[in-house]
Design a protein around this ligand. Structure first.
Ligand SMILES: *Cc1c(COP(=O)(O)O)cnc(C)c1O
Length: 454
């Protein structure tokens, strides 16, 4: 079954959009038939082209089509797919040893990743880290640490939040379909409070900062009880919920309230972190210093790895053996993470996210000017989105969103939807995306919007 003539991906792949068949082509469709017969239907795919190579800003499929990647495998391959240093580090580590279990016999790579996370996450207080496999697992462990450190049980989360698919993180996640429907009962002691969503805030954008925070604080105080709350878990920019940037001042006010009341502030930076928004971490945009930070997605160039980093006194509150897992901080994934960080430094990808992000915003603003169905343009760096509505209203236009996404896919551009109402198109190119390809990808988005008018 091993195909030893696998094509080579990585940054040397031709950086072009090239369609040689319809999308998906005949080979992808044949693989799709096998997939449907073998893979659980509950695991779905946005665009059923089967991939053979990827790198820089493109994904190449089994029919030879080269697609522009505006998704990065959901904000994962920030350094590009099969990035040179990452691929080399993975190969070298795999040849040395692939697993011992850090809880049995440790190794330097795990320690080095924790040192990097401690140094790079917001705040210069003393920290400790622990490593896991998935984002959801990191969030679960954040709640474990917060409960242990405070002796309290309640967890406060926001409207439109997404934190994962395990039982506890489903409870933390807001949207029912597809994440929660039919999967209950959910973990108890989870309380949802209003998110400062500027485009939809009842009092308008101007009232969506400290005023929105005051509403949350009132809810926590009157309905949950301040002294019952272990932690507040939030995304500094909401991801699956629709790239919602909270109104200015909302997060700092919540951070201040949490600090004053012994509530652990947990920033879920799984999608926003590792350079994506033009800073190492999105909390930095508002000077918010969380007590605990979860990382995953962008941290290891595509290998499964997640981290929990936090204040030394909270992290050390947990007894030995209370945190961990068989594969957490796997040596191959750690090698990939260290190579990812090296690549980000070498190519100055945080700055690239900021400068490419300005171009992206310029294009999206221009699109919105000529399209009454684009209600909002938002996001930071290379994490931006447009929200589609029926003109003159805030009524979501999910049908148009689906049509535009599908037109982009047929034209060879990988684009992703998002949003509680399914009416957001999000842009998450790799931070190594060449400028000309970003521009071409956005040309296709513009054509797809024009071909499917509001
Ligand atoms: C993707 C994501 C998760 C879950 O990560 P998995 O690795 O899929 O478990 C949690 N929180 C946020 C903000 C995410 O974007």
């Amino acid at each position: 079954m091993n195909d030893l003539s696998q094509p080579v991906g990585g940054p040397t792949l031709p950086q072009e959009r090239r369609l040689v068949t319809e999308v998906p082509g005949p080979r992808s469709r044949a693989l799709q038939e096998r997939r449907v017969a073998a893979v659980a239907a509950g695991v779905s795919s946005v665009l059923p082209v089967h991939v053979v190579a990827a790198g820089g800003g493109v994904v190449v499929d089994v029919d030879g089509n080269s697609l522009i990647d505006l998704g990065s495998g959901i904000a994962v391959v920030n350094v590009g797919n099969a990035a040179e240093k990452v691929a080399a580090a993975v190969a070298a580590q795999a040849a040395a040893f692939t697993h011992t279990c850090f809880m049995v016999t440790p190794y330097e790579g795990y320690v080095a990743v924790c040192e990097e996370l401690n140094a790079r996450t917001p705040g210069d207080h003393e920290k400790r880290s622990a490593l896991f496999n998935s984002g959801a697992e990191a969030v679960e462990n954040a709640v474990k640490v917060a409960r242990h450190a405070t002796g309290r049980s309640a967890v406060v989360v926001l409207d439109h939040a997404y934190h994962g698919r395990t039982n506890l993180t489903m409870a933390l996640t807001a949207k029912s379909m597809p994440y929660k429907t039919g999967f209950g009962p959910f973990a108890p002691e989870v309380y949802r409070v209003p998110m400062a969503y500027p485009f939809r805030w009842p009092g308008g954008r101007e009232a969506c900062g400290p005023e929105a925070a005051a509403e949350v604080i009132d809810r926590i105080t009157t309905e949950i009880g301040v002294d019952q709350v272990a932690c507040l878990v939030f995304e500094p920019i909401q991801g699956e919920g629709g790239f919602i940037v909270p109104g200015a001042g909302y997060l700092p006010a919540l951070a201040e309230f949490c600090a004053a009341n012994g509530i652990v502030l947990v920033a879920d930076e799984i999608q926003t972190g590792f350079g994506r928004t033009g800073r190492w971490f999105a909390c930095e945009h508002e000077g918010v210093v969380p007590d605990l930070v979860t990382t995953a997605k962008g941290i290891a160039g595509g290998l499964p790895l997640s981290g929990l980093t936090g204040r030394v006194e909270m992290m050390q509150a947990v007894h030995p053996g209370g945190l961990g897992g068989t594969y957490g901080g796997n040596p191959v994934a750690c090698a990939a993470a260290l190579a990812t960080i090296e690549t980000m430094e070498q190519l100055d990808l945080v700055a690239a996210a900021e400068s490419l992000g300005k171009e992206l915003r310029g294009r999206l603003d221009a699109l919105a000017d000529g399209d009454p169905g684009i209600g909002d343009v938002r996001g930071r760096g290379l994490m931006q989105a447009i929200e589609l509505v029926h003109p003159g209203t805030i009524e979501p236009d999910a049908a148009r969103t689906r049509a535009v996404l599908s037109a982009c896919h047929r034209a060879g551009v990988v684009t992703l939807g998002a949003g509680t109402y399914g009416n957001v198109i999000r842009f998450l190119p790799p931070l190594v995306m060449p400028e000309h390809l970003l521009a071409e990808g956005l040309d296709v988005v513009a054509e797809s919007l024009a071909a499917n008018p509001a």
